[in-house]
Design a protein around this ligand. Structure first.
Ligand code: SF4
Length: 118
């Protein structure tokens, strides 16, 4: 049996997952979103990745995040790719920095703004 703490909302339900052959028996979730979370966490875990990227000609860093969660197996190659990115100002919040981070099919977007004169 595996015990998980659901991270989908602040309630933090303790969810128990038992394997029964090819089936998963999931209990302890307070809502359907927790059921989906537990099933994904056991079969194909994903995470939203947050980081910063360099801004050309500036000491400031631009905060970024993946638009949706990416497979955990993609986190390391994604960080390697993010380290090599330098953006040019201006950048606005929500702007796509790269549209297929680490070949995950998920865009990396700005979560901050860098004005043009920075
Ligand atoms: S199972 Fe539902 S209620 Fe419980 S923490 Fe997850 S999202 Fe929140």
């Amino acid at each position: 049996m595996t015990e998980l703490t659901c991270i989908v909302c602040p309630v933090g339900c303790r969810i128990r997952v038992e394997r029964d052959g090819n089936e998963l028996k999931i209990s302890g979730h307070g809502c359907p979103r927790g059921l989906t979370y537990a099933r994904e966490e056991i079969t194909a875990p994903k995470r939203i990745l947050t980081a910063v990227v360099k801004v050309a000609g500036s000491k400031r860093m631009l905060p970024v995040k993946t638009k949706v969660a990416i497979p955990k197996a993609k986190l390391f190659p994604a960080m390697q790719e993010i380290k090599a990115i330098t953006v040019s100002s201006p950048v606005t919040v929500g702007q796509v920095i790269t549209d297929n981070l680490a070949e995950s099919g998920v865009p990396l977007v700005a979560t901050g703004t860098i004005p043009g004169d920075d």
